[in-house]
Design a protein around this ligand. Structure first.
Ligand code: GLY
Length: 573
């Protein structure tokens, strides 16, 4: 390289660095949000506002937006967009989600921006000629994607926010264009997925590089930055119409994908009525169908609320057993009765009635495991990479958002030229009655594929009030384990009096009716394992259950905790 080339290269690099520094300043007035140098905060107390989510940069951006005069809804929009850049395994613009909120004026909001089945989908689209389920097709690549809902969800949220959308999306644009430094965990997750990325993409994508990823590398996503700029300039149409929509359909046409321009143009977010119930003096607000999260949570909590066993306390065999049996029964109902309420009559009233729930527990035998083969759904004529955001602001707005691509990195297919991953949410439908999806969940007619229908979800964003006042914001990723994680975090806090750091981090257990076994996390106490095995439970070790983000609103302070199982982090002021 001669002297002139070296000089030219230095000039280009210094312009880049200067530009990056000025953008970094925008992200957080000086060093408040520095994408090249950040740390995790797991448990903190603040006076004004708090955010907990899967990535420190996204939490910091949420807090910064609220410092700049935005409310929890502004923060919710900015954090979701930031996660779409810094947490590509689950943060997304190519997926969908649910937002549940209580506004400072005491009104409630539940926004459903779940993906829908494309117009050309059909009930048996994942079956071969012999009728065998082809799960490779429902779980990977272009045909696995439902029509994305996230951008419609952000614009349905915007009327509740205060700041200009252009401002809320700018941090995500900066992070995509100027890069951010990845953590050890992110590097190893990207490395673990290199083969899949190569298999399900036929153009070069930002997540693939020749050498292995290492902690401290910078990830740049220029195509994603351009897509975000189109959304900044054109609103939802910057995604569902024009250049981005064409790029999505081009990606479909490269293989077996079926999402059309019409599917994209017709996508609508829906407003739902939160599903609420009382529990030990608290009012709990969960998400109704097409999520199974709220109703499963209601069933599990109501099945244990008045029992003597729950009074025995945390990690006692009695309390643990009754919680497992409530999980078993609620998940049996999920498989049979739940689906998109716009396509299937979901018997919510019966499923939530005290009489029905008492009857469901009438065959519970203390000290003896029930058998899933004998516990069917109630007789009345829903890699686990999702991500959750909990936010509270000083005006009193509570915002709880769970959003997903379904599996880690969704379909593993990136829209060429647009730089974002598409979901593999079609696998959340029942592709064939009785055939387990990637989470081991089975289903039937209620959750069969139909064009325009939303696939059943387990996502369970929750807000809780006490005497009408804000009390708790909570939620988690984890596929079918989502409702059980939220259930255990709430019971740990409400019944067992734990602080929220313990409430979300103590070892969890999960039973989903089928398979008939209890999944337990590492550090589950040996003595409790023995007691449960003596009662007849089959215990299966698994790595981790959920990554729960929880806020507890005390009289004079806001307590916020981020799960210690990931890079999750809190921020506030
Ligand atoms: N895709 C995970 C869920 O919605 O439950």
């Amino acid at each position: 390289m001669n002297k002139i080339s070296i000089l030219l290269l230095c000039c280009i690099l210094s312009v880049f660095v200067l530009n990056a520094q000025s953008k970094t300043k925008w992200l957080g007035a000086g060093k408040a949000v520095d994408p090249y140098n950040y740390t995790q905060v797991k448990h903190e107390f603040y006076n004004n506002a708090a955010v907990s989510c899967a990535h420190p940069l996204a939490s910091l951006i949420g807090a910064q937006i609220m410092k700049q005069g935005g409310n929890a809804f502004d923060a919710g929009i900015a954090v979701q967009l930031a996660l779409a850049v810094v947490y590509p395994a689950a943060g997304n613009i190519g997926g969908g989600g649910f937002l549940i909120a209580k506004k400072a004026n005491n009104s409630f909001l539940a926004i459903d921006y779940r993906e829908v089945a494309p117009g050309n989908s059909s009930k048996n689209m994942y079956l071969d000629k012999e009728g065998n389920a082809q799960l490779e097709l429902s779980q990977n690549g272009r045909l696995a994607s439902g029509v994305p809902g996230t951008i419609a969800g952000l614009f349905a949220t915007l009327p509740s926010a205060k700041l200009d959308f252009k401002l809320l999306i700018q941090p995500a644009i900066d992070l995509a264009a100027f890069g951010y430094v990845i953590t050890e965990r992110e590097a190893s997750s990207l490395n673990a997925n290199q083969k899949s990325f190569l298999k399900y993409n036929n153009t070069k994508i930002a997540f693939v590089k020749d050498q292995i990823w290492k902690a401290g590398d910078t990830l740049f996503q220029p195509e994603l930055a351009n897509t975000l700029i189109r959304i900044q300039q054109n609103g939802a149409k910057g995604f569902y119409e024009g250049e981005t929509a064409k790029l999505i359909v081009n990606e479909m046409n490269k293989g077996n994908g079926i999402i059309s321009l019409t599917d994209l143009k017709n996508y609508k977010a829906k407003f739902r009525k939160p599903l609420s119930f009382k529990y030990n003096g608290y009012s709990i607000y969960g998400f109704p169908p097409p999520s199974s999260g709220g109703i499963i949570l209601l069933q599990m909590m109501k099945m244990v609320e008045k029992t003597s066993q729950i009074q025995k306390g945390f990690q006692t065999p009695e309390a643990t057993q009754i919680m497992i049996e409530a999980e078993r029964r609620a998940y049996a109902d999920r498989a049979e009765h739940l689906g998109d309420p716009d396509f299937w009559k979901v018997p919510i009233k019966t499923m939530s009635s005290d009489t029905y729930l008492a009857k469901r527990m009438s065959d519970f035998i203390p000290g003896k495991a029930s058998k899933s083969a004998e516990i069917k759904a109630g007789d009345i004529k829903e890699s686990e990479e999702t991500t959750h955001i909990s936010i509270y602001d000083k005006q009193g707005n509570m915002v709880s958002i769970t959003t997903t691509l379904n599996g880690g990195y969704g379909s593993k297919t990136v829209v060429a030229g647009a730089g974002f991953l598409l979901n593999n949410e079609m696998d959340d439908f029942s592709v064939k009655p009785g055939v387990a999806n990637m989470f081991g969940a089975v289903g039937g007619e209620a959750n069969a594929i139909q064009p325009g229908k939303r696939m059943l979800s387990s996502m369970c964003p929750v807000i809780v009030t006490k005497n009408g006042k804000p009390a708790i914001v909570v939620g988690t990723p984890g596929g079918t384990t989502i409702p059980t994680s939220v259930y255990q975090a709430l019971v740990n806090s409400i019944n067992f009096g734990m602080n929220i750091d313990d409430a979300i981090n103590k070892p969890k257990f999960h039973h989903q009716h089928l398979p008939d076994e209890v999944f337990i996390e590492p550090n589950f106490p040996a003595e409790l394992k023995n007691s449960l095995q003596t009662m007849g439970y089959k215990l299966t070790n698994r790595a981790s259950i959920g990554k729960t983000e929880m806020i507890f609103i005390h009289k004079n302070k806001i307590e916020v905790a981020a799960d210690r199982r990931g890079d999750d982090s809190v921020a506030g002021f």
